[in-house]
Design a protein around this ligand. Structure first.
Ligand code: AMP
Length: 443
């Protein structure tokens, strides 16, 4: 099957040709015809399999098919926002926005990206000039709506990218507000790599008879990603990471930590040892976040230490190595993290440094991906059997996540604590606090 047979118009085909894609990916083959037909679509696909084009190409085609309805004003098309794409992170919004611009290059549509952390005035003046396609993070979008700069009443297509994240506790209220502002009679597309049962149920409230598209087993990463666990004591993790990077001559490594503080500390350690590194997380200014990601993509820095804000959707061309310096407490995040490598048909390696405290997290991940991850003991870094598991402190932040995810974090912490024989009251206080803490606020 080629893009031509999918029924896309010439300007879109020309833009695709310029990107060098020769044929649609499996998710594109399945989702594009359904979206062109006008269906609501709930699409689950592995990370890095071309989801963005999977919704953007048919979205552009649908807009151009309905173009005659938009009319003109003094010879210029009368612009109003016709398509809205929501993403959970600013980086992903920027990336999706770039994709939209690429694929819409030969179409008469204007798109723009709005997200928080940057000057709002420039966004306001761009929006006032008229926009057809808006890519946004929910917070800034609602801010602009409240300032009467954005009118969502004529949206034809609503897309939630990384939809499972968009529908969880952190965003659900904002999403509900947005849904109230867009017309009932619209097309709604939900795309993500992972979908829990709870999220599917919630999604049903936003969609009408959605077609379900799945191209591979859910909650799996690409089989091109080789996964390995290195058991190691917590105190020796950074030493081992340095050894892996240095001796393996890794030139581009994305390293994940659970907390912002942990990311800063690890970054500092690497820099002190002569490795060019930067940290990216929610406490950094948007300027610093963008610069760190750009420098990493351009190989100006060798290591990017990130919290989970960088796990979703971010596309780093040919990224060979992902390291979980700490395992995530939400098992789905593991799939998203390691999905940063092995993209677009390339090979990748995902290494997890796992200490005894994280055994329960590892079991949760293996259960989710229905696979045992290969364990390799590195000589000189064997774990000390005398070290007992300790509850994991998730750092600062308030509650956010909901559903089964929180209970994963809760049960993990409780398991560890049980091992220690319910020792101290202060531990128990920590645990109950941890239950209400979220990765979102830590990241
Ligand atoms: P995504 O899952 O949207 O983040 O896409 C992952 C990568 O696949 C990106 O680098 C895209 O540019 C690339 N890609 C998307 N569609 C195709 C295609 N049909 N053929 C080859 N590469 C593609």
């Amino acid at each position: 099957m080629s893009f031509t047979t999918l029924g896309l118009c010439d300007p879109i085909l020309k833009a695709i040709q310029e990107t060098g894609y020769t044929s649609p990916t499996p998710i594109q083959k399945k989702a594009i015809p359904l979206i062109l037909k006008g269906d609501d679509v709930l699409a689950a696909a592995q990370t890095g399999t071309g989801k963005t084009a999977g919704f953007t190409l048919p979205l552009l085609e649908r807009l151009s098919q309905n173009h005659q309805n938009t009319g003109t004003h003094r010879g210029q098309p009368k612009r109003h926002i016709r398509a809205l794409i929501l993403t959970p992170t600013r980086e992903l919004a920027a990336q999706v926005g770039d994709n939209v611009e690429t694929y819409a290059k030969y179409l008469p549509y204007k798109s723009t990206i709005v997200f928080g952390g940057v000057n709002i005035n420039r966004q306001i003046s761009t929006l006032k000039q008229g926009i057809d396609i808006l890519i946004a993070t929910p917070g800034r979008l609602l801010d602009l709506v409240s300032q009467n700069v954005i009118d969502l009443s004529r949206i034809e297509i609503l897309v939630l990218d990384e939809a499972d994240r968009m529908l969880d506790m952190g965003f659900i209220h904002d999403i509900k507000k947005v849904v109230r502002l867009v017309p009932k009679n619209r097309q709604t597309l939900l795309f993500s790599a992972t979908f829990s049962k709870e999220i599917k149920a919630l999604a049903a409230g936003f969609q009408t008879n959605p077609s379900l598209v799945e191209v591979a087993a859910q909650n799996t990463a690409s089989e091109r990603v080789e996964q390995v666990v290195y058991p190691v004591d917590k105190e020796r993790k950074r030493e081992l990471l340095y050894k892996l990077i240095d001796e393996g001559r890794w030139q581009q490594v994305l390293v994940f930590t659970r907390t912002k503080h942990g990311a800063n500390k690890l970054c500092e350690y690497l820099v002190n040892r002569g490795i060019r590194a930067a940290a990216i997380h929610g406490n950094k200014s948007q300027g610093a976040r963008t610069k760190a990601l750009d420098d990493f993509k351009e190989k100006q820095i060798r290591v990017l230490v990130a919290t989970d804000i960088a796990a979703r959707g971010i596309d780093i061309d040919q990224l060979p190595h992902v390291v979980n310096f700490e395992l995530p407490n939400v098992p789905e995040d593991y799939v998203h993290r390691i999905g940063r490598t092995g993209r677009a048909g390339r090979e990748g390696e995902a290494v997890s440094l796992v200490c005894v405290d994280e055994d329960a997290f590892l079991r949760g991940i293996e259960r989710l991906i229905a696979q045992k991850i290969k364990k390799v003991i590195i000589k000189g870094y064997e774990v000390d059997p005398n070290i007992e598991a300790e509850p994991i402190n998730m750092g600062g932040g308030r509650g956010r996540r909901g559903g089964g995810r929180q209970s994963q974090s809760k049960s993990s912490n409780e398991n560890n604590a049980n091992k220690q024989g319910e020792q101290k009251r202060s531990n128990s206080r920590n645990r109950s606090r941890n239950r209400n803490r979220s990765r979102g606020n830590n990241a």
